[in-house]
Design a protein around this ligand. Structure first.
Ligand SMILES: [Zn+2]
Length: 334
């Protein structure tokens, strides 16, 4: 079963590229840029990865991102993640990036976007890796700051497909960003938002109705609201669920209590994702394997989760057909 999961062709739709920065690369880039980290070595960094909630994680995450200054730094981080995709049969990925984490430190948004896209182009040229970018606004910052970020990003619009909303959820409801999302949608971008991870089901309603999102990131708390569940099923709104992240941040006490298979069986379009893999103990395959070890996941369910990941992606219908054919081929032979 684990070999089946590892070989399964899949797409990742909820991945923060800054959250893929492994401690080794963090130190290497910090050294070459002369940026001191508040940790003596890689082991100390890993030891700090014991979080009790989203905020404790975010504090360390923003510290780690401070080493990123030059285009090459963003390139190296992204290329390292795309190589993981190749190793794990993640044949398509839609990566989030947080420009404000960098522009607030004086790094130009163009430096960030050029580094990310050059890595994506090289991965596509070298092994046919399919990938897209989604720009995320940090919701703990103001509406004005998000508006300014969108203004800076629009000249690079051809490089990203949509906008999203991440960072500290509670106290920062989607409605705070309604006008920013309206402008992004008017510019022809798609929208997604983190909602219903730590925040209440009400935030999922707002994301759907006010931000017009095509997918909900996390969304696991939808299960508390029967009317919301029905809507998500009727409209087949995808949820990008992140099992290991949810355990690490104590959204569920243990993997055996995770509701992902219950949501799947109720007919929701759920997908498996790694969120911030360097911080949460693994990439896509580690997520699938952790689920398989703790939950009664059948081969058919795993295959459905992989199928959902392509159907929920922002690929064109032709591209979806092509990648789903690779999945079907794999399922026929395994
Ligand atoms: Zn996330």
């Amino acid at each position: 079963m684990q070999d089946f999961l590892k070989g399964l062709p899949k797409a990742e739709l909820h991945l923060h590229i800054e959250g893929s920065l492994e401690p080794e690369l963090m130190f290497e880039i910090g050294r070459r840029n002369g940026v001191a980290l508040p940790f003596a070595n890689v082991e100390e960094v890993r030891a700090a990865y014991e979080f009790n909630n989203l905020q404790e994680f975010l504090d360390i995450y923003y510290q780690g991102a401070q080493v990123l200054l030059h285009e090459q730094d963003f390139y190296d981080m992204t290329f390292a993640y795309l190589q993981r995709c190749r190793e794990q049969n993640v044949i398509h990925t839609e990566m989030f990036f947080d420009p404000q984490t960098h522009t607030d430190r004086g790094v130009d948004i163009g430096v960030v976007i050029r580094g990310l896209t050059r890595a994506m182009e090289d991965a596509e040229a070298q092994w046919g890796q399919s990938s897209k970018l989604i720009l995320c606004f940090l919701r703990h910052l103001s509406e004005e700051a998000a508006m300014e970020t969108l203004r800076q990003a629009l000249p690079y619009k051809q490089h990203f497909v949509g906008v999203g909303l991440d960072s500290s959820e509670v106290g920062h409801p989607p409605e705070k960003f309604q006008r920013v999302f309206e402008q992004a949608l008017n510019a022809g971008l798609l929208s997604v938002a983190h909602a219903g991870e730590e925040g209440p089901p009400e935030y999922i309603w707002q994301a759907l109705d006010l931000l017009k999102v095509k997918r909900i990131d996390h969304g696991v708390r939808c299960i508390e609201d029967a009317a919301l569940m029905q809507r998500l099923i009727d409209e087949q709104i995808p949820l990008t669920v992140c099992p290991l992240s949810n355990i690490k941040l104590c959204v569920f006490d243990s993997m055996s209590e995770h509701n992902i298979l219950r949501l799947l069986e109720k007919g929701l379009k759920v997908t498996v994702n790694s969120d911030d893999p360097a911080y949460f103990g693994g990439y896509m395959n580690e997520n699938f394997i952790a689920m398989q070890e703790a939950l009664p996941m059948s081969k058919e369910q795993a295959a459905q989760l992989a199928r959902n990941s392509f159907e929920a992606s922002f690929l064109t219908s032709e591209e979806k057909v092509r990648l789903l054919a690779r999945l079907d081929q794999y399922l026929q032979n395994h």
